[in-house]
Structure formats: C-alpha cells, structure tokens
Write a protein that binds this ligand. Structure first.
Ligand SMILES: [Zn+2]
Length: 159
C-alpha cells in the first residue's frame, strides 16, 4: 500500500493573484497561520509561490508577483508521500504545491505529513494499516488484539 499525495493533500488552498499587494499576502499568512501560499493566474495555473521568507527578503516589492519565487518544486497527485517527505527534508522546503497539468489542485505541507504520522497505525502481527485518531482495539484483518504501533517511517538516506 503506497500512500499517494492525493490521500493527504490539502485541497482547499488559499491562493493569491500576481497583482495582490504584499500587505494583503502578509495579512493572509498572518491570519491563517500559514508560512506561504501559491500565486495563481485567472485560469488557476500556478505561476509561483510567495512565502514569509519572500516578504521579509524583498521589502521593496509591491505585489505578490514582484516578491514571489517563480522556480517552484511541485508534485502530482499520484506522487508517493515518501517522495514528498524526501523533498521536504532534503530541499528544506515547507510545502509542495500539487499540480494537474499546470492547474493547482492542492498543497502538501509539513503539517500534512505530521498529521499522517499521527493518524496511521500498523498491526504488529499482520502489518495491516489503519487510520484514525486512536489505535483500533482489534485488527480488522487478522483479529489480533491491540498490537498497533504508530507507523514507523523509514529513515531517509542521504543521497
Ligand atoms: Zn493484523
């Protein structure tokens, strides 16, 4: 069972247009407690990402388009969660936009991965994976009582 980006991504993504004033971007990040968001055109195509770092680093920028980063790493819906984990760790980024063609359909953040770790349980007898806030009392597949541990994620090898 390979978990895909579509299983864990946030679909309701806050975005801005290129002509949004930087103050508006700052207010969105501040109010929603997020560290960055995608910049999209009228067709929903992603043209960049603007983060708290961009706002701090480019004090002379007037609009999201001025301050955003254009060269953005993105993934697709069927990219594996493990690959996203690798990107977030190795590239030290905080979020990855999810594209279908050029269209933005979601975003995966570090918080989404943390949520996944918190919600995934694996049977120590048969290896069955279950999701939920708490470990199941019995394994629905093999019937073993408890024996659920939160999912061990394999370490990421240094390339
Ligand atoms: Zn089991």
């Amino acid at each position: 069972m390979v978990m895909k980006v579509r299983d864990i991504m946030t679909r309701d993504v806050v975005t801005v247009r290129e002509d949004a004033p930087v103050r508006e971007v700052a207010q969105l990040l501040d109010e929603r407690h997020i560290s960055g968001l995608p910049v999209c055109d009228a067709d929903g195509h992603m043209v960049g990402v603007i983060s708290e770092f961009d706002l701090i680093a480019k004090p002379d920028a007037h609009s999201a388009g001025d301050a955003m980063t254009r060269d953005v790493i993105s993934v697709m819906e069927d990219t594996s969660v493990d690959e996203v984990r690798y990107l977030l760790v190795q590239r030290r980024i905080k979020r990855v936009p999810v594209l279908r063609g050029q269209k933005l359909v979601g975003i995966v953040s570090r918080a989404d991965l943390v949520h996944e770790i918190a919600q995934t349980w694996v049977c120590e007898v048969c290896g069955d994976h279950e999701r939920g806030a708490r470990a199941p009392e019995r394994c629905p597949r093999c019937g073993a009582p408890s024996g659920y541990a939160s999912v061990p994620t394999p370490p990421i090898g240094v390339a």
